[in-house]
Design a protein around this ligand. Structure first.
Ligand SMILES: NC(=O)C1=CN([C@@H]2O[C@H](COP(=O)(O)OP(=O)(O)OC[C@H]3O[C@@H](n4cnc5c(N)ncnc54)[C@H](OP(=O)(O)O)[C@@H]3O)[C@@H](O)[C@H]2O)C=CC1
Ligand SMILES: O=C(CO)[C@H](O)[C@H](O)COP(=O)(O)O
Length: 486
């Protein structure tokens, strides 16, 4: 500790917006002496105001902010992902010394994190990327955090992270994820699952509101009931509350005045892009990404509605209570498939990138604090805890029992919606994925034959080694060229 500065503030935050300010106040409320800096001085002022009774200090300049920290200096960035992160790092480099620690707590693309890690190692700075989830309230009261990369730097900051994280069964919702950019990778997949479940809830709303014209107060009651059972989750809970929120000064719900065009910052799209690179299907998540995109084509949708006539689709149901029972099952089924796809992607990425993910630990830290926290994560945790070699969640016996129990109801709900002209693309994607996944024989043999027909790409034969090519449109006698690769 000789030449290290033993006094000073323990932790510094750059970016005092929604996440940075609340996370810093969370630390200060737990007694850590912390510093904050933002280029927007109003945010610095707000930090001082909100943290006036706690050990938090805001700074107007980056230099004074860095100066205030004790050595080794620990600086977290919670600024918008992309070029801004690089520009903050460029500003920080001349102000920091070897041994100091930079943490990127934002939603950076994991490939950017790999580049930054290599770059900062070269100048002796410790760096790690850490996904954080929980939004505004999570940051303030306890988020779920996914740190990956420089383990010694993580260990140094661990006491602070363990203290400020959400706690489930007296255990913090933070754990070391793995090497390199693995923390940001896991956060990206977390967000992919988030997109999938949000889309399923949106389709549920479509079935309830358009499909059976359930009054708003009954939609609220249904989500309340669901939130007390096996569907209990943060996303169901906030949806319940949205169906009770009146536009200020009026007696109607705010939800009805919100445009039907969903924005996205990119993490869902990245999940799909990377899943394609990993050749790992995550169809429910892909569908959710595509539906946000389709929502933006309002003008085209309006034209199509007028061309084809937007029939006001109504579900043909015999008994409302039976339908709602089936819907609960269909939601549970589709949610299981969505999480399963995300977990399978993590399994495949772990092998491809050498991340050595402990999937039970990831499930464990997602049980509290984060946006996808849910009762079901306990089942996911148990599945991977029981079998740490489990390749796919749908192959766990306990999960299989739940899938079997909910399958027929899912078919009934999806078939009814499709027959009535109500769009339920994520429900349908989950069901079709399942039906394909449990097919020992898929029709992919025909695709191989077609590829060989038009492009001589070859095919493989059952019970025979090698690659074969056939002159499909010529001699009817099959020409098998053993050993030809395609
Ligand atoms: N909001 C959420 O629920 C969650 C967000 N995240 C991620 O966390 C990160 C931060 O998000 P969030 O807090 O919502 O973003 P905000 O936009 O609310 O806050 C970012 C802050 O950083 C400031 N800033 C921008 N450039 C600089 C700079 N060069 N130096 C200092 N400060 C700067 C911004 O100032 P100005 O506004 O003037 O540009 C702003 O005050 C993002 O990567 C986001 O994706 C992760 C989990 C949840
Ligand atoms: O990371 C988060 C939660 O976990 C953010 O809220 C995320 O940025 C939301 O994503 P999008 O804007 O694409 O809906």
């Amino acid at each position: 500790m000789d030449e290290k500065q033993a006094t000073g503030l323990q932790f510094g935050m750059i970016g005092l917006g929604t996440m940075g300010r609340n996370l810093l106040l969370n630390m200060a409320e737990h007694g850590f002496a912390v510093a904050g800096y933002d280029k927007d001085l109003e945010k610095v002022r707000l930090l001082g105001e909100e943290g006036k009774d706690s050990p938090v200090k805001g700074f107007d300049t980056l230099e004074a902010f860095i100066q205030s920290l004790k050595t080794p200096k620990v600086v977290m960035m919670l600024v918008p992902a992309g070029k801004i992160v690089d520009s903050v790092i460029a500003d920080l480099k001349p102000l920091l010394s070897p041994g100091d620690i930079i943490i990127d707590g934002g939603n950076s693309h994991f490939t950017d994190t790999i580049i930054r890690d290599t770059d900062l190692q070269q100048v002796g700075l410790h760096f790690f990327g850490m996904g954080i989830s929980g939004g505004e309230e999570g940051a303030r009261k306890g988020p779920s955090m996914m740190p990956g990369g420089d383990k010694s730097a993580y260990e140094f900051v661990k006491p602070i992270l363990d203290t400020i994280a959400a706690q489930v069964n007296n255990e913090p919702c933070v754990t070391y994820i793995g090497p390199g950019a693995s923390g940001h990778f896991v956060k990206m997949v977390h967000n992919g699952i988030e997109y999938g479940v949000m889309q399923l809830i949106a389709e549920t709303y479509e079935l309830l509101y358009k499909g059976i014209q359930l009054p708003e107060n009954e939609i609220y009651d249904l989500f309340s009931k669901w939130n007390e059972g096996r569907l209990q989750s943060f996303l169901i809970e906030i949806t319940r509350d949205i169906f009770a929120f009146k536009e200020p000064g009026s007696d109607h719900l705010l939800i009805h005045n919100i445009k039907d065009q969903a924005r996205a910052k990119g993490t869902g799209k990245w999940t799909s892009q990377v899943a394609y690179d990993l050749e790992t299907p995550i169809t429910a998540i892909d569908t959710a990404v595509s539906m946000r995109d389709l929502s933006k084509y309002k003008q085209l949708r309006t034209q199509a509605a007028s061309l084809y006539g937007e029939t006001l689709p109504r579900l043909n149901i015999i008994n409302k209570d039976d339908f709602l029972t089936n819907l609960e099952r269909a939601f549970y089924f589709s949610m299981i498939v969505t999480y399963s796809q995300g977990m399978h992607m993590l399994y495949q990425a772990s092998k491809a990138y050498g991340y050595d993910f402990q999937l039970q630990e990831i499930a464990k830290i997602w049980r509290g604090g984060c946006i996808i926290r849910s009762q079901f994560l306990n089942d996911i945790y148990n599945a991977y805890q029981n079998n740490q070699q489990l390749q796919h969640l749908l192959l766990d016996e306990q999960i299989a029992a739940q899938v079997t129990e909910t399958l027929q109801a899912t078919r009934t709900v999806v078939a009814g919606a499709i027959t009535s002209g109500l769009a339920v693309p994520a429900y349908a994607a989950a069901l079709s994925y399942f039906d394909t996944f449990r097919s020992e024989r898929m029709p992919a043999n025909l695709i191989q034959a077609q590829r060989d027909f038009f492009g001589a790409h070859t095919y493989e034969l059952i019970g025979k080694e090698g690659f074969f090519h056939t002159h499909w449109s010529g001699d009817p006698v099959t020409a098998l060229n053993n050993g030809v690769t395609g």
